[in-house]
Write a new protein. Structure first.
Length: 378
């Protein structure tokens, strides 16, 4: 087994790590958008505070080449002002709800880097009380390692449970052929809605591809989203000054390399609907949306989705990822779904063992309770 040296990346080196980070990500087994330096660094710029420390672990081979990055941070939890525990998490996993997270490593080094990271964490177990990894890709490097037998894992208590359903559409044909997979009625209804809105109503499809008026369009996205949330009585996490500042930074970083799309349908000067998508590794990731009351009446959301998905087909992408959530509108476009997982790692002591076993039993019993007492668990 090849030896790797693991060290924490100092915070002062983080701003200059973009090229090394993203180059390694391109070669990584899990090459997903929410692991991009642009996303993680924007999150840290906005959400760092006195209760958090970066805990980025960088692995180098004997030749001094970086072959792995574990994008962690350390959260210091308090209760009534008294220190309670330290939790290691994936960067950005709390405020921005990213999906398909993992450590970053090429296939050649995925096992050895996973082992090196776990060995480092065990050797530095005074740093942390709990490791909570949410939004983990179903085929993640770290998940495969933690759910396989390894001697060093005997010192840890590990649970891995499904965390979210993530619908996705495989793009392997033309858009016209894709529409043929719809029932005749569904296809005709969609095309009729497009004709009415785009031809009769003269709606305009606009995408933001440069910094020109970017601020205006980000504000419009948030305003539409807020309008929709209030209209539906939904409590949204896509609001507030810090969230706005984060996405403002992330979008600007991503836009430089064409890794983001803000798409709108306008009726004259008023936006009817906006979708915020990330474009990376031949994939579209649908992240967030805003829809006006008039836009809902005119089926603007469905029409804009069809136009963006059509774009993905034209660009010969391999997938359109709807990300977490089993909302009905997502399954209008696809029947395929993957799962993200939540992985919890505890030290093997008496209290943690009781917590671990109690939680394991709870997870086993919960589905049966949900079937019996379905109305209560809605």
């Amino acid at each position: 087994m090849m030896n790797l040296s693991i060290r924490r990346l100092p915070e002062e080196e983080f701003p200059d790590a973009k090229h090394e980070w993203d180059s390694l990500l391109e070669k990584s087994v899990t090459n997903e958008a929410f692991l991009l330096w642009e996303w993680v660094y924007s999150w840290w710029e906005v959400f760092k505070d006195a209760s958090r420390e970066l805990y980025l672990l960088r692995g180098k081979n004997p030749m001094g080449e970086t072959v792995g990055i574990a994008p962690f941070y350390l959260q210091k939890e308090t209760l009534f002002g008294i220190h309670k525990r330290n939790i290691i998490r994936f960067c950005s996993s709390i405020e921005t709800y990213p999906d398909h997270l993992d450590i970053i490593a090429t296939k050649e080094y995925e096992d050895v880097f996973s082992e090196a990271v776990l060995t480092y964490l065990i050797q530095h177990d005074k740093d942390w009380d709990l490791i909570k990894l949410d939004g983990v890709h179903e085929n993640a490097i770290i998940k495969k390692y933690l759910t396989s037998p390894h001697p060093e894992l005997k010192e840890l208590l590990i649970t891995s449970v499904p965390d979210a359903n993530c619908p996705y559409l495989v793009i392997d044909k033309s858009f016209e052929d894709y529409l043929k997979s719809f029932s005749p009625k569904k296809r005709q209804t969609l095309l009729r809605k497009r004709r009415i809105l785009m031809n009769r109503e003269k709606a305009v499809f606009k995408t933001v591809n440069c910094d020109e008026e970017l601020q205006k369009h980000i504000q419009a996205l948030f305003a539409l989203h807020d309008e929709r949330a209030k209209q539906k009585g939904i409590k949204t996490t896509f609001c507030g000054e810090d969230i706005y500042n984060f996405h403002n930074k992330a979008i600007r970083y991503l836009l430089k390399d064409g890794k983001v799309m803000l798409a709108f349908l306008y009726k004259e000067t008023e936006p009817l609907v906006s979708y915020y998508c990330i474009k990376y590794n031949q994939k579209y990731y649908y992240y967030q949306a805003g829809l006006s009351q008039e836009g809902e009446k005119k089926s603007a959301g469905t029409v804009l989705f069809s136009l963006i998905i059509e774009n993905a087909f034209k660009e010969r992408c391999k997938e359109f990822d709807f990300l977490r959530g089993s909302e009905e509108y997502k399954f209008y476009w696809t029947k395929d779904c993957r799962k993200d997982y939540s992985i919890t790692i505890r030290k093997d002591d008496f209290i943690n063992r009781m917590t671990h076993y109690s939680y394991t039993i709870y997870r086993q019993v919960l589905p049966h309770l949900q079937r019996i007492y379905k109305p209560i668990f809605r």
